[in-house]
Ligand binder design. Structure first.
Ligand code: CUK
Ligand code: CUA
Length: 640
């Protein structure tokens, strides 16, 4: 950094000093218009792709799968890296017309069986079966021995406190669990060693437990819990009550500790109360001590879940609170397994904590502060940090609209007082206001330091104007050399918070379903009871007021060109795609009934509805499967 830049940065930093809290808050409230234009004001022509632009020519394949969260859309997206092409979307918490997710029996079973009783009751009163929105932030593939094993991917729903598991062989959700005693499940990371294992979830907001109206405005009696979900059963394993609001989380590479950044240590409910302290903390969790306590029956069972008290005043050895500057945000474990980094957000610093010191901390040999081995001033608004596996870290600076590359061991040396080292390697402008960044394999022991994506919340002038709500700007940066080089802009609909990037050899999805897939096991079982061969039979079975319609689909024909039901019947249509051809998906779309679903090759999908409309209704295939695809249709006749 030139001394000129340094001066500029310093003067801005002064504005955001802890003594000028009001200035900070005022600044934070106007980020988009104000501070965002400080750096890289106007269009940044210099960012035009240079010699390092990634070459993925038409017909060529990407090297990596990027798993993008979809934010407020409630979905996941798969982005090819380095092309940045959007390859597909995985419906998760959203209702999806293309796939029928949220409407088919198969998806509704998954979306409803993990709901808490109180949610079920609420939804019923609203005439709903499940929530039809979600807010996905953190998507993470499962681990074995510190690296991805290609089994599952887990993702949070911040708004309705759920966690979903995606099967990576079919890229569909197979389990959803709703977290009790929590509103706003935010931070999510997975146990890395020996395997996943636990899914660690931060509930962000503090709530009364139970939230039954007895405690309302007395916010000092609200609680926040850290939850471990068993990734195999998708049931809550245990919860630990903590002080403050949990934000992001991560864990070590040894299966011993997890950590979470906490804001709002004053436990207030207004912005002023929440930031009324110089320091908050990173809370660290002693997994062995927690497991032992749960096993020994020391937890309080609340709604069938063991809950331990990890608040400071309880003085148990489940947790310790390591002080860090106020309102930290990202929490990121280094791929060498030695440290985690708490990102300052309101403070221009990152704080480095050494995992190994936690042994002595929990043994009472050292103090919380002694676990901090580095604190580096990186720039304004540090949110998240990622790594290249060569000892460097990359921190997003939300306010500066930059990525700061710094060296971890140099930062530790500088903190010890070595004035000769300059830990900061480079600052790169991004366009604009980055939240997460993530590098290829950065959250595994095999971090490979090839590509980095910066997920920028503001795109402003980077794309042609699409109206007041602009796209986000996901930028691809080459980090394989000494310098970061920006090579690509890609627009994204609101709001991918985070991305994980995995080499394609570690992910092996199937092309065609196997007939014994659990996704449609219920349909197979019902057909067996009805003595229907799903691959060959086309039959209508009446069972009182229930009617089951079984039909095949094979391009360009449904097995039934019509079926007849009576007004008021409860109708279930089972469609089995008997085509055994890669890419040959059919749809079943029933006119005037709000029903559409996809049936992948060799899959069965089903949907249930009441035949409440008398008359003739067409069903048609909505996936362009054949030259006679338009003719792939039939009629439902509903008689009075
Ligand atoms: S959070 Cu969104 S930018 Cu939910 Cu991971 Cu930091
Ligand atoms: Cu089947 Cu179009």
């Amino acid at each position: 950094m030139s001394s000129e830049n340094e001066k500029k940065a310093m003067s801005r930093r002064d504005l955001f000093g802890t003594t000028a809290k009001l200035a900070t808050l005022a600044g934070a409230a106007t980020l988009g218009g104000g501070v965002g234009t400080l750096v890289g004001a106007g269009r940044s022509e210099a960012a035009t792709p240079s010699h390092k632009a990634p070459e993925v020519a038409p017909g060529q394949l990407d090297d990596y799968y990027g798993f993008w969260s979809g934010g407020q859309t409630g979905e996941l997206r798969i982005i090819g890296i380095p092309s940045m092409r959007e390859l597909t979307r995985i419906p998760v918490f959203n209702r999806c017309g293309a796939t029928g997710w949220g409407r088919t029996n198969e998806s509704l079973k998954i979306l409803t069986e993990g709901l808490l009783p109180e949610s079920r009751e609420y939804l019923k009163k609203q005439g709903m079966l499940t929530f039809d929105n979600g807010d996905t932030h953190h998507a993470r593939p499962s681990y074995t021995n510190g690296t991805y094993d290609g089994r599952y991917l887990f993702v949070n729903d911040k708004t309705n406190a759920r966690v979903a598991r995606v099967r990576l062989d079919i890229m569909r959700v197979d389990k959803v669990v709703q977290i009790p005693h929590a509103l706003g499940v935010h931070g999510l990371r997975l146990q890395r060693y020996p395997r996943t294992g636990y899914v660690f979830c931060n509930s962000e907001f503090r709530v009364p437990i139970p939230n039954d109206g007895k405690i309302l405005d007395n916010y000092h009696d609200y609680r926040c819990v850290f939850t471990a979900v068993d990734g195999d059963t998708m049931k809550v394993a245990w919860q630990v009550m903590v002080d403050g609001n949990l934000d992001n989380t991560d864990c070590d590479y040894h299966g011993k500790y997890a950590a979470a950044t906490c804001y709002n240590s004053p436990e207030g409910v207004t912005l002023e109360q929440m930031t009324d302290k110089e320091r908050d903390w990173a809370v660290v969790f002693n997994l062995k001590a927690i497991e032992a306590a749960v096993k020994a029956g020391k937890a309080t069972m609340i709604d069938g879940v063991p809950v331990l008290d990890g608040r400071k005043k309880a003085k148990h050895n489940y947790t310790r609170y390591i002080p860090v500057p106020t309102s930290p945000h990202g929490c990121n474990a280094t791929p060498d397994g030695k440290y985690f980094v708490a990102n300052g957000k309101l403070s221009p610093t990152v704080t480095i904590v050494e995992w190994a010191k936690l042994d002595d901390l929990f043994a009472g040999k050292i103090k919380e502060d002694d676990c901090i081995v580095g604190q580096l001033e990186v720039g304004l608004g540090p949110l998240h940090t990622t790594f290249d596996g060569r000892g460097n870290a990359y921190t997003t600076l939300f306010l500066d609209s930059q990525i700061c590359k710094w060296n971890i061991e140099d930062a530790i040396r500088a903190y010890k007082g070595d004035k000769s080292v300059k830990p900061i390697r480079q600052k790169l402008d991004v366009q604009y206001q980055p939240g997460h960044n993530n590098a290829t394999m950065a959250e595994t022991k095999d971090a490979d330091g090839k590509w980095l994506v910066s997920l920028n919340k503001f795109s402003k002038d980077r794309f042609i104007n699409v109206g007041p709500m602009k796209p986000n700007n996901d930028q691809l940066i080459d980090i394989s050399g000494d310098e970061m080089v920006l090579v690509k802009d890609e627009s994204a609909f609101q709001e991918p918070h985070d991305a994980t990037i995995v080499p394609r050899k570690l992910i092996n999805p199937i092309d065609i379903y196997k007939r014994d897939d659990p996704m449609f096991a219920d349909a197979v079982a019902q057909a067996k009871k009805d003595k229907v061969d799903l691959l060959n039979d086309n039959k209508v079975i009446r069972d009182g007021r229930k009617v089951r319609v079984y039909m095949t689909s094979q391009a360009p024909k449904f097995g039934l060109s019509d079926f007849k039901v009576k007004h008021g019947d409860e109708v279930t249509v089972y469609v089995t795609n008997i085509d055994d051809v890669v890419n040959l998906t059919h749809g079943f779309n029933l006119t005037g009934h709000g029903i559409s679903m996809e049936i992948s090759p060799q899959a069965t999908a089903s949907v249930t509805f009441r035949a409440d409309r008398i008359g003739v209704y067409y069903y048609y295939c909505h996936q362009f499967c054949h030259a006679l695809h338009m003719e792939m249709q039939g009629r439902m006749l509903v008689e009075a």
